[in-house]
Design a protein around this ligand. Structure first.
Ligand code: 16G
Ligand code: ZN
Length: 532
């Protein structure tokens, strides 16, 4: 094969739009779908190269822009164990996307291959899927061209949630190992989760109906399918905001991001008091829950509340079982101060704080026997280490109580999508725990009371001037600013505030929390004013 001419031949069909600087960030490439054609083509080249580097292990490519508006789209790579692309490859992605000419692109391809000693004639395997966005099919075509240009083998999984594709990638790459993750198909995913859910909830009362806002995205049809596999004897899910054909409705005044950032109900939802509601985001890798009380007051049960519920449940099961395993929690600076306090002081589990972004949390969670990580925005999962699995599988129970607890823990490990945060899997996890406790949302919410908080987006001249340390909780630059923030924070009871540059938008974010709503709002505004 003569790769440079082959790459150039295909690349001319996918010209790079002028005057754009593309960056592979925390969520891959994400921007207007109409600007992504060349980027996705080039990601095809990179995915093939990554697979060749790993001796033909299968790499995933997901085309989605998650909670962004309908006209946006995005693309990200999935590593063989279902994890985010290894960080050192993000720069290659950025270099490929920004190559000015077809020839330059081909050179980049060869340069990376040479630097990493990649055999360009070795096997390359790639799987991909997309969400429901209108720009998806054309971008898939661009991706296929990229894969064909460098003779990669590929499978098109069509429309999936992001976590479903992560699951499939891991299944494929573990298929011939001692611990296969599951059947590498969409059906395999439903079967695995449905079976695990039935075992975890066996003998427990069925939970009352849960109404799920699917953000008019891919999560809607997939959740209905999952519920069908579980069966209405075991679960009762009512999916709303499921208009995937009305493409302009995607994430519009609904969905997990809307509910979390606005701290209010999706548009048009009329909730009954004390019933449980949930919202997914546009690619179903985030979920938040909520309910209203008798006075119609809205109560949010976000990622911190999920982490706390799950930590409590797993900790209690471990205590009953007598298996000695260390549970740990990973949060970001956005975690509500009350949640961290509850986890550390009441549940007595260690809490690690990392910078924002799934890859940071995921890696920190891998350091525990059982690592629970959730971002406040509702993205998270639980990781069971290999040694934890072995300890549970080989444990010899002394009584039925211990046996039950161990069986439940092992089924939880199957119920939870351990590759990445998964709204559908997390929904089942929460439902199962509530049915064990015979709790409604109000009982769940009682564990601790969130400190009122406010998130403000501030557009600044140069967000890159904002450099942080201590897991984004303190600014090192611009110089002097942190001291001013500290001086403000000191004036508020239970006050806390931090500033960081967004990794997905050209803006900085200000977070503030304090003892009362008024104070939290005021602190957020005052800190924002410092940035102007
Ligand atoms: C991305 C991250 C998400 C994070 C968010 C923060 C992944 C897969 N996604 O969506 O975890 O919460 O960015 O956005 O890592 P921000 O940097 O704009 O605040
Ligand atoms: Zn998402």
């Amino acid at each position: 094969q003569h790769w440079p001419s082959q790459i150039a031949k295909f690349s001319t069909l996918h010209p790079r739009p002028e005057g754009h600087k593309f960056v592979y960030g925390t969520a891959g490439f994400r921007l207007l779908g109409s600007l992504l054609d060349s980027v996705v083509f080039r990601v095809g080249l990179l995915a093939a190269l990554r697979s060749r580097k790993l001796d033909g292990e299968t790499i995933g490519v997901m085309i989605t822009a998650s909670h962004n508006p309908p006209d946006d789209n995005g693309v990200k790579l999935i590593d063989p164990q279902g994890e985010m692309l290894e960080a050192s490859w993000e720069t290659y992605a950025t270099r490929f996307a920004n190559a000015e000419t077809d020839a330059e692109l081909a050179n980049e391809y060869l340069a990376v291959a040479e630097a990493l000693k990649i055999n360009l004639d070795g096997p390359a395997n790639v799987v991909f899927a997309r969400d429901t966005r209108a720009s998806g099919p054309a971008l898939v075509a661009a991706l296929k061209d990229g894969l064909q240009a460098v003779a990669a083998d590929y499978t098109d999984y069509r429309i999936l949630t992001t976590p479903q594709l992560h699951y499939i990638v891991k299944c494929i790459n573990t298929a011939t190992t001692a611990t296969p993750y599951g059947k590498p198909t969409e059906e395999g995913y439903y079967e695995k989760l449905a079976t695990a859910f039935q075992i975890v909830t066996m003998g427990k009362p069925k939970s009352p109906v849960i109404t799920v806002d699917a953000a008019n995205g891919v999560g809607g049809p997939k959740l209905k399918e999952l519920a069908r596999y579980i069966g209405s004897d075991h679960i009762d899910i009512n999916v709303v905001k499921d208009k995937i054909d009305a493409v302009e409705k995607l994430n519009h005044q609904c969905g997990a991001d809307f509910v979390k950032t606005q701290q209010k109900l999706p548009l048009g939802l009329e909730p009954a008091p004390f019933e449980l509601y949930a919202s997914l985001d546009g690619d179903a890798d985030r979920i938040v829950f909520y309910y209203v009380d008798e006075a119609s007051k809205f109560h949010l049960l976000d990622g911190d509340k999920i982490a706390s519920l799950v930590a409590m449940f797993i900790r209690d099961l471990l205590a009953v079982s007598g298996v000695d395993l260390q549970v740990g929690i990973v949060q970001t600076a956005y975690a509500n101060g009350s949640s961290s306090k509850y986890l550390m002081d009441i549940l007595k589990v260690p809490v690690t704080v990392t910078p924002t972004g799934v890859k940071h949390l995921h890696h920190a969670a891998q350091l525990f026997d059982i690592g629970i990580y959730f971002e406040a925005n509702g993205h998270g999962t639980v990781l069971f280490s290999n040694s934890a699995m072995k300890a549970l599988e080989s444990f010899e129970a002394q009584n039925p109580g211990q046996q039950d607890a161990v069986t439940t823990l092992l089924s939880l490990a199957a119920l939870i999508n351990q590759t990445v945060g998964d709204a559908l899997s997390d929904l089942l996890l929460v439902t199962a725990i509530l049915s064990h406790k015979v709790w409604g949302p109000n009982e769940w919410n009682l564990a601790y009371t969130d400190l009122p908080n406010r998130l403000v987006r501030v557009v600044v001249k140069d967000r890159m001037a904002f450099k942080t340390e201590d897991a984004e909780r303190r600014l090192v630059e611009p110089k002097g600013l942190q001291a001013q923030i500290d001086a403000l924070v000191k004036k508020y009871k239970s006050g806390r505030s931090f500033v960081r540059a967004s990794g997905t938008e050209d803006a900085v974010r200000v977070y503030a929390e304090a003892a009362t709503r008024l104070e939290a709002d005021e602190l957020a505004v005052k800190v924002s004013d410092l940035l102007k």
